[in-house]
Design a protein around this ligand. Structure first.
Ligand SMILES: NC(=O)c1ccc[n+]([C@@H]2O[C@H](COP(=O)([O-])OP(=O)(O)OC[C@H]3O[C@@H](n4cnc5c(N)ncnc54)[C@H](O)[C@@H]3O)[C@@H](O)[C@H]2O)c1
Length: 341
């Protein structure tokens, strides 16, 4: 049993703690969060509550650590874990700046300490099956991608945390980073972006909606629309059903990926192929690819345990996550301040 520590016992940190406690591969070694009181339920299995990261790292039996602190702290905390020689799972985004992300990726490589970045959807079976089908050439060469993250955040999302109405707290930096990582995993590297952002509905200082154009290194082109004020079902969480805390619309999709021989809708996994050569006069055949619904956070933890044991290499390395951050920051820069109309 691997002994795993958790730094930061907030919203996502508590989910990691719960998953560790349910796991048959690891136990909770301890938790460090200076701003929250020790939690008796969390400590019931013998785990210790520490005042800070240094105290958690002083546990001689610590095998791995999950860093789930706010984005701006990832670099400082991640570098300290790697310097202590502890395999580290760091929440996404790897950092809030390119310099910070590169510092983490460099430190992991130079020290030879595994660094896994928490782009948890990479552990989704929907993403894995779609990626394998695309890589196997099932839809030919990808030519165009249409993606959506259209959902409505309730008003208490903002009243409970006013920073979310300020620059940095909007859907581009909070949500689009997941989408960019998915599209990179499915369709390859992104080499160019254009974008427009708007705050016409919520009137916050940060965007509520944005439209993005993507250019992939393969030559494929994509569009992505994102809005947190849209009464719509076309987002990853609402279509995949991987997180039961969101409403579910299983017949809907959020990514439409078109190739030269066929196309794939994700996450319904409906694949249309043209057996006798594609033509808009010819009916295509429909196949539904099988994907086991499973909690990607749980699968990510199992993968991290394998990484800590030395049985696997990180599925999402620091270097890989830096590329997702690079594209996301490029979208923010291309969009500029949101238009209010
Ligand atoms: N993978 C996902 O789907 C997902 C979902 C939510 C959040 N996240 C990421 O997880 C991270 C945390 O987000 P959150 O929503 O849980 O935030 P949060 O504010 O709910 O939790 C952060 C916690 O870190 C603690 N903290 C602050 N400074 C600390 C320090 N110096 N040492 C230890 N703990 C400290 C805070 O007290 C708080 O409990 C962010 O990077 C976020 O982007 C990822």
């Amino acid at each position: 049993m691997m002994r795993i520590g958790v730094l930061g016992a907030g919203r996502i940190g508590r989910r990691h703690i719960d998953l560790i406690r349910q796991s048959t591969e690891c136990v909770l070694a301890g938790v460090a969060d200076p701003f929250r009181p020790a939690d008796a339920a969390t400590l019931s299995g013998g785990a210790r509550w520490h005042a800070d990261l240094d105290a958690l790292l002083s546990d001689p039996g610590l095998d791995g650590i999950i860093v789930a602190t706010p984005n701006e702290m990832h670099v400082e905390h991640g570098l300290a874990c790697l310097a202590a020689g502890i395999p580290t799972l760091i929440e996404k985004p790897i950092a809030s700046t390119m310099a910070g992300g590169l510092a983490l990726a460099d430190a992991a490589e130079q020290r030879g300490i595994p660094l896994l970045v928490g782009h948890h959807r990479r552990h989704s079976s929907h993403i894995a099956v779609a990626r394998a089908a695309i890589r196997a050439g099932s839809i030919g060469d990808v030519v165009a991608v249409s993606g959506t993250a259209l959902f409505c955040k309730p008003s208490d999302y903002f009243t409970g945390a006013p920073w979310r109405a300020q620059p940095g707290g909007g859907p581009l930096l909070i949500n689009l980073v997941h989408e960019i990582d998915d599209l990179r995993a499915l369709c390859g590297d992104i080499v160019g972006v254009q974008a427009v952002a708007s705050s016409a509905k919520r009137r916050h200082a940060v965007e509520d909606s944005a439209a993005v154009v993507l250019e992939f290194s393969s030559g494929a082109l994509g569009t992505f629309t994102i809005s947190d004020v849209a009464a719509a079902p076309w987002s990853w969480e609402q279509t995949s059903g991987e997180d039961p805390s969101y409403a579910r619309y299983p017949s809907e999709d959020c990514y439409l990926i078109a190739g030269t021989k066929g196309s794939l809708a994700v996450p319904s996994m409906r694949m249309w192929t043209a057996a006798d050569g594609p033509s808009w006069h010819e009916q295509m055949e429909l196949t539904v690819l099988g994907a086991e619904p499973a909690d990607p956070l749980e699968r990510q933890l199992a993968h991290f345990c394998a990484v800590v044991r030395g049985d696997a290499s990180p599925l999402v390395t620091g270097r890989d996550a830096v590329e997702t951050l690079r594209v996301t920051l490029a979208v923010v820069e291309a969009a500029g301040p949101p238009r209010q109309h």
